[in-house]
Design a binder for this molecule. Structure first.
Ligand SMILES: Cc1cc2nc3c(=O)[nH]c(=O)nc-3n(C[C@H](O)[C@H](O)[C@H](O)COP(=O)(O)OP(=O)(O)OC[C@H]3O[C@@H](n4cnc5c(N)ncnc54)[C@H](O)[C@@H]3O)c2cc1C
Length: 401
């Protein structure tokens, strides 16, 4: 039975399935997911509560049934034949489609050194269970990679009295997505919590005792986790001959090089107005692209234009970043008791903001900043820096104008 087939039952694929129904689609929806569980959220995996690995389903079986979504769990799409509009599943069954969404996400980048197989990955619920099965007070852990996932894991492990070393090839942690002032703040917090950093060091080998570094030093560890980033899962798209690069290439409307096939979420590299393709790896991007892809599969021609946003929780601190802060932006900092917000201006226009605070202290300001970014305002820098200048009022005055 033809209809819409979605490959990948992560945040993006699952959200897209429901968005199709919300948009009024009444045909068949088949959601194919390689993992054996109900679709679940990944962010809680690195933010366990009470020390237990959390499985937070995105939806229930009842919700899938009520929406008429045929969820095929624990089965993967093995091959895709674009000319025949058919996917062959790993159990040998064929699925034909009118429209196909590739929401295949990303998989952990692999270390290439001797002993690399000793390092645990951190992407799936099964990975989290394997890591936390080894966690108890007094254990020593080496985390390879000081990106968001590695740093979040470090904060959780310190809370469990695990001795944590972080090994990073770059000279600083969190160099990729986090503005330097906040990366430095988080780094300092990890140091004060007792995390030992080995920066600017490559990994040469992993063995029984831990990790051997390029400078000849050794990090003793009973538990080694590799958190060196992810690569987009593009193998199905490649096998089918779709255009790929650092992701499955799409136009601005999330359509791939094949007219009836769309891609969204961590696997999709989306064409940008200024040229090139951009791929995001964040929870909200997966959801936003799912909604746009669903509408476009039903005939809309909506360019994907959501403002990027992500968060990270480390210790009692919450980081939020909206837009894409760049080194060449003028940054204006507003500080108050339990939070610091940085606003980023390009030619006077507010284009991004980031905030770090205790718990969700920065959340409200970042939400307002997001609305100001969307409104394209050119605010008075002095007002942005002044913690007493109300962002809500600023937004109201912009809207009134
Ligand atoms: C531990 C962790 C913590 C995170 N924390 C945050 C956070 O705090 N904030 C934030 O913004 N983001 C966070 N993220 C990132 C966020 O979870 C991802 O960006 C989001 O899950 C991407 O969703 P997706 O559906 O595109 O891809 P995925 O979640 O990777 O889902 C893709 C699914 O497709 C399946 N699949 C792949 N190929 C096939 C195939 N051929 N057939 C069938 N199924 C297939 C995969 O098994 C997978 O289940 C975190 C990620 C991790 C791993």
């Amino acid at each position: 039975m033809s209809g819409i087939v979605i490959i990948g039952a992560g945040e993006c694929g699952t959200r897209a399935a429901f968005a199709l129904r919300e948009a009024g689609y009444s045909g068949t929806i088949i959601l194919v997911g390689a993992e054996p569980h109900l679709p679940y959220e990944r962010p809680p995996l690195s933010k366990p509560m009470d020390g237990a690995v959390r499985m937070k389903p995105i939806c229930t079986d009842d919700a899938l049934a009520a929406a008429g979504i045929d969820y095929r769990r624990g089965v993967s799409a093995a091959t895709l034949d674009v000319a025949a509009a058919t996917v062959i599943l790993s159990d040998g069954r064929p699925l034909t489609y009118e429209k196909l969404l590739l929401a295949t996400g990303a998989r952990p980048r692999k270390l290439a050194c001797p002993g690399a197989e000793r390092a645990l990955d951190f992407r799936t619920h099964a990975d989290a269970e394997a890591i936390f099965a080894n966690v108890r007070a007094g254990v020593s852990a080496a985390i390879i990679g000081a990106g968001l996932i590695g740093m979040e894991l470090a904060s959780v492990l310190r809370g469990r009295d695990v001795a944590v070393s972080i090994i990073e090839a770059a000279p600083k942690p969190l160099g990729r997505a986090v503005p330097p002032r906040f990366a430095e703040g988080l780094h300092a917090r990890h140091v004060s919590e007792g995390v030992s950093f080995h920066l600017d060091r490559g990994v040469v080998a992993i063995d029984d005792g831990g990790v051997l570094l390029a400078d000849g030093s050794r990090v003793q560890a009973q538990l080694v986790v590799s958190a060196i980033g992810v690569v987009p899962e593009i193998s199905l798209a490649q096998q089918a001959g779709l255009a790929t690069g650092n992701g499955i290439l799409t136009d601005a409307c999330l359509r791939t090089s094949a007219a009836d096939i769309f891609a969204a979420g961590d696997c999709a590299a989306v064409s940008q107005p200024g040229g090139g393709h951009v791929r995001f790896e964040s929870w909200r991007n997966a959801r936003d692209q799912a909604a746009t892809a669903a509408r476009n599969m039903l005939g809309a021609a909506e360019p994907f234009a959501a403002i990027p946003w992500f968060w990270s929780d480390q210790y009692d601190l919450g980081l939020q970043v909206v837009g894409l802060p760049q080194p060449f932006h003028r940054s204006i900092v507003r500080s108050s008791g339990d939070k610091e917000i940085a606003f980023y201006l390009e030619d006077g226009r507010l284009v991004a903001a980031a905030g770090l605070g205790v718990g969700s202290a920065a959340a409200k300001d970042i939400k307002l900043a997001e609305m100001l970014v969307a409104a394209g305002v050119t605010p008075d820098p002095a007002a942005l820096a002044d913690p007493d200048a109300n962002l809500k009022m600023l937004l109201k005055s912009v809207r009134a104008a």
